[in-house]
Design a protein around this ligand. Structure first.
Ligand SMILES: Cc1ncc(COP(=O)(O)O)c(C=O)c1O
Ligand SMILES: N[C@@H](CCOP(=O)(O)O)C(=O)O
Length: 474
């Protein structure tokens, strides 16, 4: 293995041990409740970025990911896992660009096995975790909260794996039937789909609560697959480089509009920028659950009730990765981040102090699309460009329209295939998108799920009873 410096990771709340990549991968959430960030951003120079144009996706992925992994995983193993992860995609370019207008592009991130952008990171995460667990002779209990897509992608990546059991918490009745069936039809005994009587924020709060319950966390060897896990963000940085290089970076800047919920995908764009990619604007696109758009306008992060929309994966109020941005914008001031997160927990809101707010506003724009505008955008894009959008991507295209300029290409992240939301798409434009043939049997397969109250103790008891990694007496 080539010798190179070990990248270290610190917690946004400044009160947890500094770790290397493999430990961050297995930990998920830091023990002080914070999220891990790299101590420095590896830099890619202009020549390297230019060389990405036209290269196979897995080669670019290796170049982008490798500096963050340090000595944690041997280079040949890393290279081979990256190659394997992206071999599972149906499109040879993995994340192809489709042009919708003179300067408007959709980057299709949904050619993986579950038709959502989550596959891009999750296919690699499954392999990386298995590799590190095998090296350590360990098992892990994987937990995840989902508003629809993370769950299916995680289950697909971990189903049947010997070293892990996976428990996915989703809001009962609040995901599309395709999304639900992706979680409830796999028959492997290590897969557990838990339908909770609550919303996504309840599911995510329970996942975080389990990480903060150390006796439980250690007893079941808890690991997380949400984007609180740094490895998820890391894998998502790659496609920003791939698409920007295809459009002329580093010689010209590129802007991105990102349909946003948990702020993971767009934070990966921020990371790409920190690594040297000339990103002009990063645009946050939200649905009616517009806490991030309101926050940029007012400087206050303020939760309101969650409204169900036709883009259920973005029906989120507590946006985990915003904490990573707050850490960056406050100069990694763990105490300030801790205080803001405490206020959020206690009163449901906090104010972003200056100059952090100005810093955030200098990098990001934000806009929202309501149900009517999203449906109209699906219809007009089909009519004008002959392209069928899913409701999440449609929000991106709608909001991108506010910020596009003739000088800079705008890439909208196409986060899901329209066939995951056939009812909403059909209602908007009259066309019912068909699932790819290999996924059709799932629609009549037997479902297996456990309905539980949105209560941490109930979920922990279920996991203790069913996880093979439970270590008695620890
Ligand atoms: C289809 C789709 N679009 C957008 C998002 C928002 O992504 P993020 O949570 O990374 O902001 C999600 C879920 O996270 C999703 O499933
Ligand atoms: N929209 C997500 C919510 C969880 O996001 P994650 O990126 O933190 O896993 C989903 O579809 O589950």
């Amino acid at each position: 293995m080539e010798a190179r410096g070990a990248v270290k990771y610190f917690s946004t709340r400044g009160d947890a041990p500094t770790l290397d990549f493999s430990d961050v991968l297995l930990q998920g959430l830091a023990r002080d409740g914070g999220l891990y960030l790299p101590q420095e951003w590896p830099q890619l120079d202009a020549k390297t970025i230019a060389s990405f144009a036209g290269r196979p996706y897995h080669e670019v992925a290796y170049e982008v990911i490798r500096p963050f992994v340090g000595n944690s995983i041997a280079d040949p193993a890393l290279r081979s896992m990256i190659r394997q992860a992206y071999d599972s995609f149906r499109h040879p370019a993995v994340t192809p660009l489709v042009q919708l207008g003179p300067n408007r592009f959709v980057m299709e991130l949904f050619h993986g096995p579950t038709l959502a952008f989550k596959d891009v990171a999750m296919q690699l995460l499954g392999l990386l975790m298995d590799h590190v667990l095998a090296e350590r002779g360990m098992r892990a209990t994987i937990v995840g909260a989902t508003s629809g897509d993370t769950g299916g992608a995680a289950i697909e990546a971990f189903r049947g794996r010997e070293r892990t059991d996976i428990f996915i918490l989703f809001p009962d009745g609040k995901v599309s039937s395709v999304q639900r069936r992706q979680m409830t039809t796999p028959s492997e005994p290590n897969v557990h789909a838990l339908a909770l009587t609550g919303n996504f924020d309840d599911c995510q709060a329970i996942v975080k609560g389990m990480f903060n319950h150390f006796a439980f966390r250690d007893r079941v060897a808890l690991s997380g697959v949400n984007s609180i896990n740094w490895a998820r963000i890391l894998a998502q940085i790659v496609y920003y480089f791939v698409s920007a290089a295809a459009l002329g970076a580093p010689h010209r800047p590129v802007s991105f509009t990102v349909p946003t919920g948990n702020f993971g995908d767009i934070f990966a764009g921020y990371a790409a920028r920190k690594m040297g990619l000339p990103v002009d604007r990063l645009v946050i696109a939200t649905n009616r659950n517009d806490i991030l758009a309101r926050c940029l306008e007012t400087g206050r992060y303020e939760t309101q009730g969650v409204t169900a929309t036709m883009s259920p994966s973005m029906d989120i109020q507590v946006s985990s990765n915003f904490e990573r941005l707050l850490s960056e914008a406050t100069g990694h001031d763990g105490q300030t981040v801790r205080r803001m997160m405490q206020q959020l927990g206690q009163s449901g809101s906090f104010a972003i102090p200056e100059p952090a707010l100005a810093e955030i506003r200098s990098l990001f724009d934000a806009g929202r699309s309501d149900e009517e505008a999203t449906a109209a955008r699906i219809k007009s894009t089909l009519a004008d460009a002959g392209y069928l959008l899913d409701p999440h991507t449609a929000i991106g295209v709608e909001v991108a329209g506010i910020f596009e300029t003739p000088q800079v290409p705008m890439v909208v992240l196409g986060t899901a295939h329209p066939a995951k939301f056939p009812d909403a798409v059909e209602a908007a434009c009259g066309v019912r998108p068909a699932l790819p043939e290999n996924l059709q049997p799932m629609m009549s397969a037997e479902e297996r799920q456990q309905i539980l109250p949105a209560d941490q103790t109930a979920v922990e008891s279920y996991i203790e009873e069913h996880a093979r990694a439970v270590r008695s007496g620890v």
